[in-house]
Design a protein around this ligand. Structure first.
Ligand SMILES: N[C@@H](CCC(=O)N[C@@H](CS)C(=O)NCC(=O)O)C(=O)O
Ligand SMILES: *[C@@H]1O[C@H](CO)[C@@H](O)[C@H](O)[C@H]1NC(C)=O
Ligand SMILES: *[C@@H]1O[C@H](CO)[C@@H](O)[C@H](O)[C@H]1NC(C)=O
Length: 217
């Protein structure tokens, strides 16, 4: 079994896959891509037609889009190398994981990535962030985090049990704190309790160390 990830070690979506692989107890090889390479005809034809990372190869099977790759790895390997359950076998519990993955994609990660692109990427390229985009995205996220605050009332995790969906939130939120936006989480007791719990998991802490994320931003 050979698993290869094509991507960049500091990018939030790639970090999600490294974390899934770690929790499943799987080893993998990372092939670092460059911004030019992921727009090349070969990469578009064989790794990701939209020119994004990550893309993963498992013994010749190529798959892209982070959440689909994560589901694939879990469906194939969960329980074989570690006992961590990321998607429960119960059909209704698994459906709730899917429901919250859609919530995460639409109402959390979408505005958050918009904000972070300005605050981190644009800045890194030496340009001024567009504050109109930042403020609109922050406002949308702020409103949606009010709903998270209710959803997380009396619960440790979004579905009630730790699952894949909780850690789909981790890398981007980690970068939000680095960008100085932590107050959005800290000011909400239920959201911050959840954040503290999931971000202090050993698996994530070892990813931060392994990929030297402290030095990234
Ligand atoms: N929908 C994709 C998003 C992937 C994505 O946005 N990747 C970023 C890195 S975090 C990327 O490849 N950016 C390079 C580019 O857009 O040129 C997924 O879930 O995998
Ligand atoms: C969140 O948690 C606190 C207790 O820590 C609680 O009093 C509060 O009502 C909760 N929910 C919301 C929606 O604020
Ligand atoms: C997170 O919450 C779970 C369930 O309540 C608990 O067992 C665990 O110790 C907590 N972990 C951390 C790092 O706070």
């Amino acid at each position: 079994m050979t698993i290869t990830v094509f991507g960049r070690s500091a990018s939030a979506f790639n970090l999600i896959l490294f974390y899934v692989l770690k929790e499943l107890g799987l080893s993998y090889e990372l092939v670092q891509t460059t911004p030019e390479e992921i727009k090349s005809p070969d990469y578009l034809a064989t790794k990701h037609p939209f020119g994004k990372t990550p893309s993963l190869n498992d013994d010749g099977f190529q798959i892209y889009e982070t959440r689909a790759v994560a589901r694939y790895l879990i469906n194939k390997y969960q329980g074989t190398k570690s006992s961590t359950v990321l998607i429960p076998s119960d059909v209704q519990k698994a459906a709730l994981v899917d429901q919250f993955i859609s919530v995460e994609t639409s109402y959390y990660t979408q505005p958050l990535v918009k904000m972070l692109t300005q605050l981190i990427l644009v800045k890194k390229q030496g340009n001024e962030p567009d504050l109109k985009i930042v403020n609109e995205a922050r406002e949308e996220l702020d409103k949606n985090l009010d709903v998270y605050e209710k959803l997380l009332e009396g619960k440790d995790y979004l579905t009630g049990e730790f699952s894949l969906v909780d850690f789909l939130h981790i890398p981007s939120t980690y970068y939000a704190f680095k960008a100085g936006e932590g107050e959005l989480w800290n000011k909400r007791p239920n959201v911050s309790r959840w954040w503290k719990n999931i971000s202090e998991r050993e698996g994530w802490k070892s990813i931060v160390t392994e990929y030297k994320l402290d030095e990234v931003v």
